[in-house]
Design a protein. Structure first.
Length: 343
């Protein structure tokens, strides 16, 4: 009888302990949510910016981009696995290097195109993540991934990775909409819209736009540029990091006395439009590059025109493209810059 009483006491203690842990966890979550809400509220009082003066564009180093050589990861360094990010369409996971810096590793079809695109946007004054491309890196403690395992060897050697530096002083507080933001009607937003057409970024979902708090201001950025440098189109025809598709695609769709429409296709093939919300969203995306004032398109073209041919090649060298790809991509970008300046 006493044994039964003892067991009952232990069970009740465990139940109470579990309840206590559950309550503590709930309290912790509520405290964190309240803190996050307060921080977001305070952050919204800060000035909002979407562009800054890049200075002497012709002197910028586009091999290293926004983070420069000082922030570049050591290609032969030690990286330790932290956790897998299962969101989005590309395989991703976090690692920590020997200096304690955390990196978000992305695999698949986007690492090269995203790395190159960030350099071009950064060169003309837009905010981008500090992205670097490594053809390979060794990751210790790497488990079997839910996605992207075909890019990883049994000994933890990862092939073709984009590494995004995660800065503790860079806080993401939300996302933003192309059609509802503080910059609608400004040349700075219009210039960014032109840049999406210039790199053929067809995935212009709101979730791919981030608002970061950095140095006392809200910075609006396109945080995912992976769907670039291929063909825009429907679900069947569009592509990423596709040299021939990019080279052969149309840039300027039409021009009037005051406006320019740039080519961008994102709407799914009509017979596959089972997901109506997605169909509507992607149809709306196509308007991002339409009805842009000629003077704003030419403004960003003049900024791009300050880049040398070598700087433009460096955008694609930084992303690990072959020599043929570097030349083809760079030539296409130069042709598009020339078209902007001829408006």
């Amino acid at each position: 009888m006493q044994r039964f009483s003892t067991i009952t006491t232990i069970v009740m203690a465990l139940v109470l302990l579990g309840t206590s842990v559950s309550v503590d966890a709930q309290d912790h979550k509520e405290h964190k949510d309240k803190k996050d809400h307060t921080e977001r509220k305070e952050a919204k009082q800060l000035p909002a910016v979407i562009w800054h003066d890049p200075g002497n564009i012709s002197a910028l180093n586009l091999l290293y981009g926004a983070g420069g050589a000082a922030h570049a990861p050591d290609p032969n360094g030690k990286f330790t696995f932290i956790e897998e990010d299962k969101s989005g369409s590309s395989p991703k996971f976090d690692v920590k290097d020997a200096k304690g810096v955390t990196w978000r590793v992305k695999l698949g079809a986007e690492p090269q195109s995203e790395t190159a695109a960030t350099r071009l946007l950064w060169a003309v004054g837009y905010f981008v993540d500090e992205d670097y491309y490594l053809p390979k890196l060794k990751v210790e403690g790497l488990p079997k991934l839910r996605r992207g395992q075909n890019y990883v060897s049994d000994d933890g050697l990862v092939q073709g990775a984009r590494l995004k530096r995660k800065d503790k002083n860079n806080h993401k507080i939300g996302k933003w909409d192309w059609f509802k933001n503080p910059f609608v009607g400004t040349k700075e937003l219009d210039g960014l819209r032109v840049m999406m057409a210039l790199v053929n970024n067809w995935d212009l979902k709101e979730i791919n736009n981030a608002i970061y708090v950095v140095d006392g201001e809200q910075r609006y950025a396109v945080s995912d540029l992976g769907a670039s440098f291929g063909k825009t189109g429907n679900t069947i025809t569009r592509s990423k990091s596709d040299m021939q598709g990019y080279e052969k695609s149309t840039f300027i769709q039409s021009v009037t006395a005051s406006k320019v429409d740039f080519e961008l296709h994102s709407r799914p093939f009509v017979l596959t439009a089972v997901d109506i919300p997605n169909y509507r969203t992607r149809t709306k995306m196509e308007q991002v590059t339409k009805h842009i004032p000629r003077e704003d398109a030419k403004w960003i073209g003049q900024s791009l025109g300050q880049l040398s041919s070598e700087q433009i090649r460096d955008c694609f060298r930084s992303a690990g493209y072959s020599q043929e790809e570097v030349e083809t991509y760079a030539n296409t970008v130069r042709d598009r810059i020339a078209a902007l300046n001829a408006l």
